[in-house]
Design a protein around this ligand. Structure first.
Ligand code: COA
Length: 168
């Protein structure tokens, strides 16, 4: 599929309400493991409904092509040391980010990572932290996150990263 250079400017990024969930689910679930689609639906319903969290969607030509979720505070992995955990206090947690494969490497995720930060700053949080299996270097290189540490869950290594910002 080829896109005009103006692709990104025709994408619409917004914070979803419960009314957006069904169509977003229809558009996004095809790229997911069928065993986990119900978990995904449950998650995005909660993120669209509850005031301590948010679901952001990107639409292109009225279809949802990407989502991101963020929450006021999430439990940090037990394996981290007190020194690693303390800086994460008062940080929001980015808990999900996905762009449909055919829309990747066009700047769509960057729109969503920016939205995380806007949301988090409005809440006067001190920064954002994320946990990721494979994209640690990506968060560092493109979004100025720093590595906090690595934890292992069921034999899978995951990197924890944070982005700090000063309140203005
Ligand atoms: C990771 C993911 C969200 C990136 O989405 P995207 O829309 O392609 O990201 P962007 O286009 O905004 O990328 C921003 C920059 O990162 C680069 N980039 C994107 N994907 C990359 C990858 N897999 N490896 C290295 N660089 C990558 C882009 O080229 C761009 O660089 P540039 O600004 O120099 O052009 C997407 O590949 C995805 O949904 N992956 C599966 C789920 C996932 O891994 N989620 C995040 C983990 S927590």
């Amino acid at each position: 599929m080829s896109y005009k250079p103006s692709f990104l400017s025709t994408c619409v990024t917004f914070e979803a309400t419960p009314a957006h969930v069904a169509s977003a689910y229809q558009d996004l679930n095809r790229d997911m493991n069928p065993e986990f689609v119900h978990v995904f639906l449950d998650k995005i319903e909660r993120y669209a409904r509850k005031p301590d969290r948010a679901l952001f969607l990107v639409q292109y030509q009225n279809r949802t092509i990407a989502f991101a979720t963020i929450i006021d505070s999430a439990p940090v992995p037990d394996e981290l040391t007190a020194e690693q955990v303390t800086p994460l206090m008062g940080y929001s947690c980015g808990t999900g980010l996905m762009v449909l494969p055919e829309f990747r490497k066009k700047g769509v995720a960057s729109l969503l990572v920016d939205q995380w930060e806007v949301w988090s700053r409005k809440k006067e949080h001190r920064g954002i932290w994320v946990i990721t299996k494979k994209m640690g270097e990506w968060y560092q290189k493109h979004f100025n996150y720093v590595r906090v540490g690595v934890v292992e869950r069921k034999g899978v290594k995951k990197t924890i990263l944070r982005k700090d910002y000063l309140l203005k």
